[in-house]
Design a protein around this ligand. Structure first.
Ligand SMILES: [Fe+2]
Length: 257
């Protein structure tokens, strides 16, 4: 099975880029299943129901989330209703929506988990390990392979989560920093890993945003409205080739389109 994971969508331009290109890439690369982190699809804060629907039509099978997911109240209803939409599993029990889902891909039941780190990231949630462990135990027998989006700032924390579940989760990919990392690897137990997928949106700025506003905020501590960068849109992703019988990654590669 080939699973494509795409990094944080940073703008409506990123959504349009996927609308133009994702089904083509899925066909060309023979992708069976696609997960998109939609954390910033509406700009900075998560997505609206309309943008979620557009991303699903564009070729995403699951939209995962992150620290901004709960800041977009407009999406609470669709998070509750649509099993393809995830928020981090380690938000409190009152949070709408779900932190994992199990989807059928042909005969294979794929469990997708979204979790957040808790180092240098707001809100500071409880550490993700126990939440992931409980979800895997609760669904034991109900899925054939699991994949995890670990939305976190600290690379060490992402690696620690991956090693903690090495062999239990077929693929672990980091999101949130918007910078694609070059550390693709297969851990000893068969878990495919990358520290960060990267992003999907306009290039040329700072993490998808126009540089001037970010510089103003960091240099002078003055608030400014972040607007998307002005460069060509692109999408960063990683393709995991997974042996579904063993539930292990056998190869993984980068894709940029
Ligand atoms: Fe994030």
């Amino acid at each position: 099975m080939r699973i494509l994971a795409i990094g944080d969508v940073t703008s409506v331009g990123g959504v349009m880029h996927l609308e133009k290109n994702l089904w083509r890439v899925r066909r060309e690369e023979k992708i069976d299943f696609c997960i998109v982190n939609a954390e910033n699809a509406a700009g900075v804060y998560s997505y609206t129901p309309e943008l979620a629907e557009r991303l699903l039509l564009a070729g995403a099978d699951v939209l995962s989330g992150g620290n901004h997911t709960m800041r977009q109240r407009a999406s609470y209803g669709i998070l509750e209703e649509n099993e393809a939409l995830l928020r981090p599993i380690n938000f409190g029990g009152e949070a709408p929506g779900r932190g994992y889902t199990v989807m059928r891909v042909g005969a294979v039941r794929v469990m997708v988990i979204c979790a957040m780190g808790n180092i240098h990231i707001e809100p500071t949630l409880d550490a993700p390990f126990a939440f992931i462990e409980r979800a895997l135990m609760r669904e034991q027998g109900n899925f054939d392979l699991a994949v995890l989006d670990i939305h976190a700032e600290a690379t060490g924390e992402k690696l620690a989560v991956a090693h903690a579940f090495d062999g239990q989760i077929a693929a672990v990919f980091g999101t949130h920093t918007h910078v694609p990392t070059a550390d693709l690897k297969i851990l000893p137990g068969g878990t495919g890993y990358v520290s960060d997928l990267g992003m999907c949106g306009e290039s040329g700025g700072i993490l998808g945003m126009d540089a001037a506003g970010v510089v103003k905020k960091l240099r002078y501590h003055l608030p400014d409205r972040f607007v998307p960068a002005k460069g060509e849109p692109k999408a960063d992703g990683v393709i995991f080739d997974i042996d579904e019988k063993q539930a292990k990654t056998v190869a993984l590669s980068r894709i940029v389109f």
